[in-house]
Write a new protein. Structure first.
Length: 425
C-alpha cells in the first residue's frame, strides 16, 4: 500500500488497500490458526475465559496494539486499540467462551481467531488511514450477556460500527437472531420423611414437575417465532425426604422484546400454577440481562457480503433464510446502540448444528481454518470500506438513524436487568 492509495480513496485505491489486508492475513495465517486451535483445546466457560483472553491480548500487544486487560471491570474482557484520527472508529468483537460439557461446540475459537486476524491485518494501515480500530474481547456470550455489561460500562462510547463473524452450517450476512431472556424458577416446599409422614411435607419437586409440564403443553400454542427450553438443576437431596427445594433454568426466545415480555408472563403463569397445585411457594428471577434481537445494518451487511463473495464464499440472501433457523446473541445489545453486523460463515455441512459434539469437531476442521482466514479477510475488507468510502459510512449512519427513528441510542437505559420477576405462596 502506498501513501497515494490513502490520499485518493478511489475504487482502485480501496481495492489496493483491501488486497494488502488480505495478504497480511495470509502472512499471519500460521499464528492466527494456532490461536484458534489453542483456544479450542482449552475450553472455558462464561466469565472464566482467562487463558483465551490472555492469549489474544498478548498476541495483539506484541503486534503493537495498546491493550487493556482486564477491561471495563470484567476480568476476562480486553480492549486492544490502534490507529487514530477523525475516521470511523470500528470495533471488531472476539468471543471465546465455551459450553458446559461440549467445549467449543459453538465455534467461538473461530470467532476469536477471525477477529484477531482482522486486527493484525488492519493495524499497520489504521493510523495512515486516519481511522481507529478496537479489537474487543467480549466474554460470556453463551451465558451472561457480556456485551450488554460492556456496553453499559462505556465500551461503545465514540464507536461508529461493530462487527464479528460467527461459524455455522450456513452462510449469510442476515441471520435471524432473536431476543432472549434467562430465568431461574425455584419451588419452596416443606421437608418430611417420605415414608413415615409424607402428609406433613410439601413436595417442591411435584411443584416443579407440574410447572415444567405446563410449559411443555404451552409450547404447542406459542407463536411460530417463540422458543422455550429449560432444565431442572436441582430436584431434591434424597429419595427418602420430601424435597423442600427445587430449581430450574429457562431460556425464553421471541422475535423482539415485546414478544419476549408476553412469553415471560405465560411462563410465570406456569410457575405459579405448579406451585399452587402442590401447595408450595415459588420465586422467579431473571439471572442475566436480556439478549436483544439483532437487526443487521443493511449497508454494512451488503459491504461484508460483497467482500465475502470476492473470497469465494456463497452467502444466502435474507429471503432465502429458512424462517425456522433462529438463534440469539448479545451482539444484538451492541446493535441497539451502534450499527452492527453478525454474519454467519460456514464450517460444516448443512445439518451439523451448533451445540453438538459434531460441531465442536468441525470447529477445528480444515473448513474451519478456511473460515477463520476468510472471516478475518472479510471483516478487514469491510472495515477498509467503512474507513475509505465516505458514501458507505453515510449510508450506514442513515440506516442506523432510520432504525432508531432519529433518536440517539439510550445507553443509560438497560435492556433487561437481572431482577426478581415473581413470587407467590
Amino acid at each position: 500500500m502506498t501513501g497515494r492509495d490513502v490520499a485518493s480513496p478511489t475504487a482502485a485505491g480501496i481495492a489496493r488497500v483491501k488486497a494488502g489486508v488480505q495478504r497480511a492475513v495470509d502472512d499471519h495465517a500460521g499464528q492466527i490458526l494456532a490461536v484458534s486451535h489453542r483456544i479450542h483445546a482449552r475450553p472455558e466457560l462464561a466469565f472464566r475465559e482467562r487463558h483465551a483472553a490472555s492469549l489474544l491480548a498478548r498476541t495483539l500487544a506484541a503486534a503493537g496494539f495498546r491493550v487493556e486487560c482486564p477491561a471495563y471491570g470484567l476480568e476476562t474482557a480486553f480492549a486492544a486499540r490502534t490507529g487514530g484520527g477523525p475516521g470511523p472508529h470500528v470495533v471488531i468483537c472476539c468471543e471465546y467462551d465455551a459450553l458446559p460439557g461440549l467445549g467449543h461446540a459453538c465455534g467461538h475459537n473461530v470467532i476469536a481467531a477471525a477477529g484477531l486476524g482482522a486486527g493484525l491485518a488492519l493495524a499497520p494501515v489504521a493510523t495512515r488511514l486516519g481511522a481507529r480500530l478496537t479489537v474487543l474481547g467480549t466474554p460470556a456470550e453463551e451465558d451472561g450477556a457480556g456485551k450488554e455489561l460492556l456496553a453499559r460500562r462505556g465500551a461503545l462510547r465514540d464507536v461508529d460500527a461493530a462487527m464479528m463473524v460467527h461459524p455455522n452450517a450456513y452462510e449469510t450476512a442476515y441471520p435471524r437472531l432473536i431476543a432472549a431472556a434467562q430465568l431461574r424458577v425455584e419451588m419452596h416446599g416443606r421437608a418430611a420423611h417420605a415414608s413415615l409422614f409424607p402428609d406433613r411435607g410439601v413436595n417442591a419437586l411435584d411443584a416443579m414437575v407440574l410447572s415444567y409440564l405446563g410449559v411443555a403443553m404451552l409450547r404447542q400454542h406459542l407463536p411460530p417465532g417463540d422458543r422455550v427450553s429449560g432444565i431442572v438443576v436441582s430436584g431434591g437431596q434424597a429419595v427418602n425426604i420430601v424435597p423442600d427445594h427445587t430449581a430450574a433454568r429457562w431460556l425464553l426466545r421471541a422475535p423482539d422484546e415485546a414478544g419476549l415480555r408476553r412469553l415471560e408472563q405465560r411462563v410465570l403463569a406456569c410457575a405459579c400454577a405448579g406451585a399452587t397445585a402442590a401447595g408450595a411457594r415459588y420465586s422467579v428471577v431473571r439471572t442475566a440481562p436480556d439478549y436483544a434481537e439483532l437487526t443487521a445494518n443493511r449497508p454494512l451487511a451488503e459491504a461484508y457480503s460483497s467482500n465475502a463473495r470476492q473470497l469465494g464464499r456463497r452467502l444466502l440472501s435474507p429471503e432465502a433464510m429458512p424462517a425456522t433457523v433462529v438463534g440469539s446473541t448479545d451482539m444484538g445489545n451492541f446493535a441497539r446502540r451502534v450499527p452492527a453486523i453478525h454474519p454467519m460463515i460456514a464450517i460444516a455441512r448443512w445439518g451439523v448444528t451448533p451445540h453438538t459434539p459434531e460441531f465442536a469437531r468441525a470447529a477445528v476442521s480444515p473448513a474451519a481454518s478456511r473460515a477463520v482466514l476468510d472471516g478475518a479477510k472479510a471483516l478487514a475488507m469491510t472495515t477498509v470500506d467503512l474507513w475509505l468510502d465516505p458514501a458507505l459510512a453515510a449510508r450506514v449512519q442513515v440506516q442506523d438513524r432510520l432504525r432508531t427513528g432519529g433518536r440517539p441510542p439510550q445507553l443509560k437505559r438497560p435492556f433487561g436487568n437481572a431482577q426478581a420477576l415473581g413470587r407467590g405462596a
